[in-house]
Design a protein around this ligand. Structure first.
Ligand code: DSN
Length: 429
């Protein structure tokens, strides 16, 4: 694991043993993971490669600090640098998205969403969100999540005929149940989300509108998906998906809600913020503000469309027929193979995806009919539409012959060979 040392300073300056010397077992797993992430085509839509700069900040001495409170209003001394880091991170993110206020303390997306519940609804009150089997997130009120247990949750769905969000149903349900809070946003939805439609539904019933853009934040920042800023009252996101930052969370909101949101995050929900993550969020915001990031965001979508077209040509049935964003959901029913078997064969072939339910799936979530794919990681490596076609071809071979281990091993070699030509950010192999 010596490369982490090389990333920060020449190893000669260290006066203590390296990770490899202290804990070879973990060092080896880290090195193996780096090799795995380098040699495979990673198509999990919520994953990415953080840059070396982001990794350096995330692995910095800010991990040593406690700083409950907010900049200039802490419960700890010793905040000379931490205050600056958090102010820079929040200001950069607010500017990047054109938001009035940014809170960069949520530990990740789920805590960010919980803070929104805490700010705007009381236990037992009604909230609304997209149903999990329709592509919504657990924390949008699904029954196994605390958000479905502590609140009266009403779920809207995608339409049966075209699998697009059923805005009419959402409006009817909102009028009937008068929710305090409406969540829009998804984890397995491949089309543009009409934030304005949700705004008008929320206005009709006097609800707060929260847009969870965790999956598409990088596309929004790069102008490849419409922004909910100025439309939704509050916006939550993770920082590590299309945004390419460290694993973390963030809430953007209008000034009028800033106090409620800040209070809900701390002291309402969390203790000390993860300052090393905050530093890395600042770096990610800086990277996402560069002109190259706009190109990156548009290329993610271009690649997703190319991969979707390649798979469609090979007879794969795509939920909604295709994609407008970074994500593709395949319904494998017509190929007579469950998602899990396909995902496991693909993983052995060096193509990493996740099995997923499709809307109205007759199969169970742990053994569903679908595969979920995304192009943020491959795009971060500089792969383009030609590589997407190759990937579609490999996927087809492996899915069709999922128990042909010789073919799978050969494919894994071909995949690794292609990967050599596309350096993975953050991995100095
Ligand atoms: N687990 C994330 C995803 O994979 O979409 C969402 O939280």
């Amino acid at each position: 694991m010596e490369y982490r040392h090389a990333m920060t300073q020449p190893i000669i300056q260290w006066r203590e043993p390296s990770l490899a010397e202290t804990d070879p077992e973990i060092a080896e797993l880290v090195a193996k993971e780096a090799r795995y992430e380098h040699d495979t085509v990673r198509l999990i839509p919520s994953e990415n490669y953080a840059s070396r700069a982001v990794l350096e900040a995330a692995g910095s001495v800010f991990t040593n600090k406690y700083s409950e409170g907010y900049p200039r209003k802490r419960y700890y001394e010793g905040q000379q640098q931490v205050d600056q880091v958090e102010e820079i991170a929040a200001a950069r993110m607010a500017k990047l998205f054109g938001a009035e206020h940014a809170n960069v303390q949520p530990y990740s997306g789920s805590p960010a969403n919980l803070a929104v519940y805490l700010a705007f609804a009381k236990p037992g009150e009604t909230i609304m969100g997209l149903a999990l089997p329709s592509g919504g997130h657990l924390t949008h009120g699904w029954n196994v999540s605390i958000t479905g247990m502590f609140f009266k949750s009403v779920a809207y769905n995608v339409r049966k005929d075209n699998h697009l969000i059923d805005y009419d149903q959402a409006r009817e349900l909102a009028k009937e149940h008068r929710p305090k809070l409406i969540f829009c946003g998804a984890t397995a939805y491949s089309r543009i989300i009409d934030f304005q439609a949700f705004r008008s539904i929320a206005d009709e019933v006097g609800a707060i509108l929260a847009a969870d853009i965790a999956h598409i934040a990088g596309l929004v920042a790069g102008g490849a998906h419409p922004s909910p800023v100025g439309i939704a009252d509050v916006i939550t996101t993770t920082t590590h998906k299309t945004l390419r930052g460290p694993r973390g969370g963030m809430i953007l909101c209008k000034k009028e809600h800033a106090k409620a949101i800040d209070k809900a995050v701390f002291p309402g929900l969390q203790g000390g913020p993860h300052n090393h993550t905050t530093a890395a969020i600042a770096v990610a915001a800086h990277e996402a503000a560069q002109p190259a990031f706009k190109t990156y965001a548009h290329k993610i979508v271009e690649n997703a469309k190319a991969l979707a077209a390649g798979l469609s040509e090979l007879g794969y049935s795509l939920v909604t027929g295709g994609t407008d964003n970074h994500l593709i959901l395949i319904d494998l029913t017509n190929k007579n193979i469950p998602g899990k078997i396909a995902a496991k064969a693909l993983d052995r072939a060096g193509i990493v995806a996740n099995y997923n339910t499709v809307p109205f799936d007759p199969r169970k979530p742990f053994d569903p009919s679908g595969l979920r794919l995304g192009t943020p990681s491959v795009t971060s490596r500089g792969m383009g539409t030609a590589e997407m076609k190759r990937i579609a071809g490999w996927m087809d071979q492996v899915i069709q012959k999922h128990d042909d281990e010789a073919l799978i091993t050969r494919t894994a070699r071909e995949v690794a060979d292609m990967c050599k030509d596309f350096p993975a950010p953050g991995i100095p192999i």
